[in-house]
Design a binder for this molecule. Structure first.
Ligand SMILES: NC(=O)c1ccc[n+]([C@@H]2O[C@H](COP(=O)([O-])OP(=O)(O)OC[C@H]3O[C@@H](n4cnc5c(N)ncnc54)[C@H](OP(=O)(O)O)[C@@H]3O)[C@@H](O)[C@H]2O)c1
Length: 299
């Protein structure tokens, strides 16, 4: 299974697409990441990050990392065509893990073990996409829950992938409970939820949406009481306090912060049960009162 090869820290490539940073600096950041022997997470929508990655890959073709990439489609052909186009842009031949961003009939067919399941097996058997992770959000949790309960993800979906950090747990409560009951593997997105908790709480506009600022206000005292030195360490330990979390995906344009993510994903100590219970109660509450009522894609 590809999931067994995953690095515990996966570099998220959004910051490589920030054109306010010099191109050469971003290429150097990409090359730095490639030297760490870790996976990367990417998507063709992250600014011009693909151009940066392509240039870095051309410079060091033997160091091209394993890639998780977001993929879309309502049929086998659409999925394959989309990936083909993106891989050509990157100059890469096959994809290590496709992050299924699916809904509608395709997701329902997968839940029932229908044609979609067959399509995923065929794609994987062809070797073009070597494995799949299933992306979920609070507002898309129902169909994956049916799929999971029906056992139709076994042997084809390596992991669920969703925002999982102290301020966001983006599998709705019922799906979350089932994932935990089955101990289905998870890839946790947005390691530090966008930055240090005090900045999210105190600097107007630092949190891109108001609910994150409010949550930072609720979680900051728990973080302070923990006596853990940095928010990055707290967040990495939070993610890996769940035994089924296989990796956390965080981004930075700064080599120093990338090193920080890496440092904290070595010899990880879980957080105390008391802290996990406190954050867990908040997350159950946030999920039911806010997340599942949100206008899709506004969080
Ligand atoms: N649906 C999806 O598939 C989905 C959605 C969102 C994200 N993702 C993936 O997850 C990755 C990470 O997501 P993310 O970037 O939203 O979350 P993140 O890793 O939690 O946050 C990274 C951001 O926090 C900033 N930051 C970190 N430490 C800081 C500090 N001490 N002071 C100020 N800023 C600090 C970084 O800025 P600097 O660059 O300045 O360090 C960067 O902008 C993405 O790159 C992407 O690959 C996937």
């Amino acid at each position: 299974m590809m999931i067994d090869k995953l690095s515990q820290y996966v570099y998220g490539t959004t910051r490589l697409g920030d054109e306010s940073l010099a191109e050469q600096t971003r290429i150097e950041t990409a090359l730095h990441v490639m030297n760490q022997n870790i996976w990367i997470h990417t998507c063709h929508k992250y600014g011009n990050s693909f151009e940066i990655l392509r240039k870095a890959f051309q410079q060091e073709p033997n160091k091209i990392p394993h890639i998780i990439m977001k993929i879309w489609g309502n049929t086998k052909q659409e999925l394959v065509d989309g990936v083909q186009e993106n891989l050509e842009a990157l100059g890469v031949k096959s994809l290590d893990m496709g992050q299924l961003c699916i809904g509608g009939e395709f997701a329902e067919s997968l839940a029932k073990g229908g044609e979609a399941l067959q399509a995923l097996h065929e794609i994987r058997d062809s070797g073009f996409i070597k494995s799949f992770a299933y992306e979920v959000f609070p507002w898309t949790s129902e169909t994956p829950l049916q799929a999971l309960r029906n056992g139709n993800l076994d042997g084809i979906i390596d992991a669920f992938i969703f925002y999982l950090n102290p301020l966001q747990r983006f599998a709705a409560n019922e799906l979350w409970n089932e994932i935990q009951k089955q101990q289905f593997p998870i890839i946790a997105l947005r390691t530090v939820s966008g930055g240090p908790v005090h900045k999210l709480r105190d600097i107007p506009g630092f949190a891109w949406v108001p609910y994150l600022q409010e949550r930072a206000g609720e979680v900051a005292p728990i973080f302070e009481k923990s006596n853990i030195d940095t928010w990055t360490e707290f967040c990495v330990r939070y993610a890996f306090s769940f035994l089924n979390v296989k990796a956390t995906v965080g981004s930075s344009g700064s080599i120093e912060r990338i090193q920080d993510f890496l440092k904290h994903t070595r010899d990880i100590k879980p957080l105390s049960q008391e802290i996990m219970n406190k954050i867990g109660s908040l997350q159950y509450h946030w999920s039911d009162t806010v997340d599942i009522h949100a206008e899709p894609w506004t969080m």
